[in-house]
Design a protein around this ligand. Structure first.
Ligand code: SF4
Length: 327
């Protein structure tokens, strides 16, 4: 489901962390937009900067430069008071629900907390809302009197989702929300997320290393590598016709849903480079099977391919390369 209005616009966002003797470029010049009602996926290998990007968007980590426009308001540099007021519209679900649910408190208290912080209704109204929300995420309302350790991993993630949507946010960031769960439970949680999106009109920013999961739930996907977006496309186009050699390599490792379907296996050699010392030129060139001399010298700019795709790769620059790989 996609709406019309722009919900989120990220412009040239960079987040760098000083370390002894250098700087880690965790997020570098990231730009994308997300429409209201859309599920946008951010996918990449572990350590590519996708979780730091999510936290930078929510201002849980302070970006070094760039803008994050949420419904037109730039969140970067917003006063603590204004950010607090906006928080109810921007929520996050973490990978490990056990770590994010305080074991000392009942589920009822955990779910009521955001309502108390934002001054929502009387105690009776808040309790009724907690009960209704537990039902909405597929749990019995009596769960309110129990503690986090009494639930399974999948049930705890349902509670984490309930907490995130208590205040009817406009954007929910899902940071690897099913990675810690068994595959059968993953499907149940993805179905729940899809149902909630439909019934509550939510927009998701879905962070994952798992392309199969991203394919199941996202309208559009951005592929991250070494803190940068290398390709962004509508989900089906990305899977059918990847434009970037890195996307091609990631997809070639994913099992195909159709029986008998085969994708040419592309091998990416080596490990991702150290984000403290990103390579000159294209960040992917040390591992790219199609690298050309220009790739070592010049970083490719992001290029719109028409059909809603964007890609940062010299192979798509008609002024630079004729496809022969001789530039
Ligand atoms: Fe490979 Fe060059 Fe494209 Fe980078 S710019 S992905 S090195 S072909």
């Amino acid at each position: 489901m996609t709406g019309e209005s722009e919900l989120l616009r990220v412009e040239e966002l960079s987040t760098r962390f000083p370390v002894q003797g250098g700087v880690i470029h965790a997020v570098e010049g990231v730009s994308f937009t997300q429409r209201s009602g859309e599920t946008m996926g951010i996918v990449g290998e572990s350590g590519c900067g996708k979780s730091t990007l999510a936290r930078s968007i929510l201002q849980l980590v302070r970006p070094s430069s760039g803008r994050v426009l949420f419904e037109g308001t730039d969140l970067v540099g917003l006063s603590a008071r204004r950010m607090r007021a906006l928080r109810r519209h921007l929520q996050i679900v973490f990978q490990d629900p056990m770590a994010s649910l305080d074991p000392r408190f009942t589920i009822g208290r955990i779910l009521e907390e955001p309502l108390v912080i934002h001054g929502f209704g009387s105690k009776a109204t808040r309790r009724a809302r907690v009960a209704a929300m537990l039902e909405q995420v597929g749990l019995d309302p009596t769960a309110a009197s129990r503690y986090p350790h009494e639930f399974s991993g999948g049930q705890r993630q349902r509670i984490g989702i309930a907490r995130a949507i208590m205040l009817e946010p406009r954007l929910v960031v899902l940071d690897e929300p099913v990675s810690a769960l068994d595959v059968s439970i993953q499907a149940q949680i993805l179905n729940l997320l899809a149902d909630l999106r439909e019934s509550l009109g939510l927009s998701y920013l879905f962070i994952s290393h798992d392309l199969a999961v991203v394919r199941a739930i996202c309208d559009r996907v951005a592929v991250m590598y070494l803190g940068r977006i290398l390709e962004e496309a509508p989900t089906e186009q990305l899977f059918a016709q990847p434009a970037h050699p890195y996307t091609e390599a990631l997809l070639s490792a994913v099992p195909q849903p159709e029986p008998g379907a085969r994708r040419r296996r592309v091998v990416v050699s080596g490990e991702p480079p150290n984000p403290e010392h990103p390579p000159e030129g294209c960040p992917f060139h040390p591992r790219c099977p199609r690298a050309m001399p220009v790739c070592r010298r010049e970083p490719p700019g992001m290029r719109a391919l028409g059909d809603g795709r964007r890609v940062a790769c010299h192979l798509h620059d008609p002024n630079l390369v004729d496809g022969s790989g001789q530039n």
